[in-house]
Design a protein around this ligand. Sequence first.
Ligand SMILES: *Cc1c(COP(=O)(O)O)cnc(C)c1O
Length: 456
Amino acid sequence: MTSPESINAVWNARDLAALWHPCTQMHDHAAGIIPLLPIQSAQGAWLTDMQGQRYLDAVSSWWTCLFGHRDPRLVAALKTQLDELDHVLLAGFGHAPAIELAEELLRVAPSGLSKVFYADNGSAAVEVALKMAFHYYRNRGDGERTKFVALGNGYHGETLGALAVTDVPLYRRTYAPLLLEPLFAPSPDAYLAEPGEDAEACALRAAEGLRELLERQGRSVCALILEPLVQCAGGMRMYHPRYLTEVRRLCDAHGVLLIADEIATGFGRSGTLFACEHAGIAPDLMLLSKGLTGGMLPLSAVLATSAIHDAFYAEHAAGKAFLHSHSYTGNPLACSVARAVLRIFASNPVLADNRATAARMATLAAPLADHPHVAQVRQTGMILAIEMVADARSRKPFDASERRGLRAYRHALSRGVLLRPLGDVLYWMPPYCIDEDELALLATVTREAIDVASAA
Ligand SMILES: *Cc1c(COP(=O)(O)O)cnc(C)c1O
């Protein structure tokens, strides 16, 4: 008989023998530096491991799980679809889930977006958008526009094209020799504001940098890609919506397509359904994934304007078609679950409820701003981030080799909270169902975690 305490250990041994985990130095697990947790089940905001220990999922399982785990409305949609159609190739065939989801996405998306191209994960959507933007100009007879503009500290995924337009050294550095080279424009990140500068002035300064870049090299650029309002994987760095207004204007002036990567910010995370709405702008291409299926199945979508679509539309002999394809493009099960996500938004006051939850998060986190090792507490809707540093006054960061964020992570896990930091940035990005008691627990444990992690 296996004792209950050793069930996790038994699974971990099998895990370490067979699995290679993402975003992980496997030695950390083998050496017991980072706990490895075999999860048996999940419900609402909670995960339960093989031994019955529960963990509050404060990061929505990498930002995917919008309404909580196994939301009954999504479970029902999946089960119903499973009884009818599992999968069919989307080349030469259509099906109701893909068609209806496309119609519904276009109904709620910013104006001007009029076609939906599916893929099956966020990075794939980025690849699609980059290829589409380049190919769009080529089809129009403009072969000079071969460059992309990306933002400093941006993140767009880790396949080679997506990684190329990512500016997080941790992920990019090693592969740099393999990557196409975009033009990087300064980040509008408000944390980088100069003394006396507010978030808006900081955004305008970054926009000025972009203007200079486009004036010099705009003729060679087909598209600019950015994460609207929050640079998530880059440390939940946030910026003023004015930057987006300026980017839209500059892109129009220089004939550059604007790609809004809403993979993390979409579906109510930022406070509006899509973060672009804060600035009242519409991109030429918009990317969705993560929350698109409420965290249940992999799916992504690229929404495009008719101008882009029409540049590919011609008789076969013209050779203008967009031939990109993935085996699971528009999978019916995933599309059905995504439709259920949109129904939840249509029939419930999700955004209003989130405003109340976000206000509670702000109140609970406010005292942390006075901590001697907290440089900033910042928030955009349902994303709240805490910048942990060696010295709050000078904002001097901790030496990365000290792995302070990891200490916070371990402490929080020992208290039943999954609080997985980005370096030394702790953040809350909870499922929208998180209740007052759960938020209070999260705040208490976050405080403890910062105390433990920042101790000498
Ligand atoms: C997560 C993420 C991606 C990549 O999505 P994957 O499904 O992990 O490949 C791209 N862009 C942004 C903004 C993301 O947060």
